[in-house]
Design a binder for this molecule. Structure first.
Ligand code: SAH
Length: 378
């Protein structure tokens, strides 16, 4: 029996250490501190991440005494699967419930030559981009390393069972709910596990962090683990970007583009992916495309045009295919590699900006309470 009191960072109140929160150096340190050999950590990681095993009893190359010790004080704690939806096109979406009741979403997108998992980094999002439905739910909290890596664990296990192969996830994108660079350390811990050969063993080119442009953290990321970088640009000038992506008021385009240059300047063949959501009559004109070409001059870039995915009361409409093609042609003529993103999983609302995992919104709740208090005062 473990009678240790539940710790503050243990919302499940099991009192046990969730091993998913440790990257390899941390797990090795945990083992050594408890009188075990460091290499046992790698063995345990292979069981957890490669075999998808969350039961210490089955880990047959670990000594019985070690398994017993793990069982007493540790666990592989996973969010619950509240709902799973499978699209006609093979896309799979999971709604996961965290220990504290928050919901997050994870989406798997199979393509011919790869399988991409789109993961969340926060419960909700604090950034308020005007065209994104996640923003409408408000923000609750950062996810832990364990809650981020659990999304890969859960998806891998399910996809194997559905016959998507032994290694269904070849790519990971931080394009689900949340701003990953506002949850820096847990996100970096999870990335280390994605890249670790004893865990998921992905190449760093196949892990993409997408940010709305938190400039100082872009530089920190380059030092911590230089995975592929995507930037949600959406506008070629500050006036328009201030409206669409409000964090632009804090880190305007000149600073953002300079940070993007720094991110790739030590690696000759790398490019930053710029995401650009196509909003009819807002940012999709030929003049916007020309301004974008000027902005990105000399920056090693790829441009990803995302047809806007509508949601109720968004106030925006999707650009016409003709407008998207015209925009693409201007960018391509200036030698910017440009791709129009296909919408996937639209029968299950799994597209960009549609992830809405029913967050217990602290910000909004407090606004409501404040409004009520004000009513009483009147
Ligand atoms: N906060 C990070 C990660 C979210 S990524 C970021 O901003 O990059 C999700 C991507 O989908 C972003 O490029 C976002 O701008 C885009 N997106 C959000 N809402 C959308 C919508 N309704 N239609 C299409 N793309 C959308």
């Amino acid at each position: 029996m473990n009678s240790a009191p539940a710790r503050a960072e243990d919302p499940a109140r099991t009192g046990k250490t969730n091993l998913l929160n440790f990257d390899r150096p941390a797990l090795e340190a945990f083992f050594v501190a408890n009188g075990e050999k460091a290499f046992r950590a790698s063995q345990l990681m292979q069981w957890i991440y490669q075999r998808g095993c969350d039961d210490f009893g089955q880990m047959s190359n670990l000594a019985r005494s070690l398994r017993a010790w793990l069982g007493e004080g540790s666990e592989v704690r996973l969010p619950a699967i509240a709902r799973e939806q499978r699209s006609r096109d093979g896309t799979v979406k999971w709604l996961l419930t965290l220990d504290d009741g928050n919901g997050i979403e994870t989406v798997f997108i199979p393509e011919e030559d790869r399988g991409t998992l789109c993961i969340s980094s926060q419960a909700g999002c604090s950034l308020n981009c005007s065209f994104c439905s996640t923003a409408r739910q408000g923000y609750n909290r950062n996810l832990s390393t364990g809650e981020i890596i659990a999304q890969l664990w859960i998806a891998q296990r399910a996809l194997r069972a559905y016959g998507y192969g032994e290694r269904p996830i070849t790519n990971v994108v931080f394009m689900g709910m949340g701003e990953p660079l506002l949850n820096f350390d847990p996100v970096v811990g999870a990335i280390r596990l994605m890249l670790d050969d004893f865990a998921f063993g992905l190449s760093k080119r196949r892990v993409t962090l997408s940010t709305s442009g938190v400039v100082p953290e872009i530089d920190r990321l380059r030092e911590a683990c230089d995975v592929s970088l995507a930037v949600s640009l959406h506008a070629p000038d500050d006036a328009l970007r201030d409206q669409l992506v409000p964090i632009n008021k804090k880190y305007p385009l000149r600073e953002l583009i300079a940070a993007c240059r720094r991110y790739v300047d030590r690696q000759p063949r790398r490019r930053v992916t710029f995401e650009y959501v196509m909003l009819a009559g807002v940012n999709d004109g030929v003049e916007h495309a020309r301004a974008l070409v000027r902005l990105l001059r000399g920056v090693p870039s790829k441009l990803n045009l995302i047809p806007f995915n509508p949601f109720p009361d968004s106030g925006f409409a999707t650009s016409t295919p003709e407008a998207i093609d015209r925009f693409r042609d201007v960018a391509m003529a200036a030698d910017i590699m440009t791709v129009t993103r296909r919408t996937r999983g639209d029968d299950i609302d799994a597209a960009c900006g549609q992830l809405a995992g029913s967050v217990l919104d602290r910000t909004r709740r407090s606004q409501r309470l404040q409004a009520r208090a004000e009513e009483r005062l009147q």
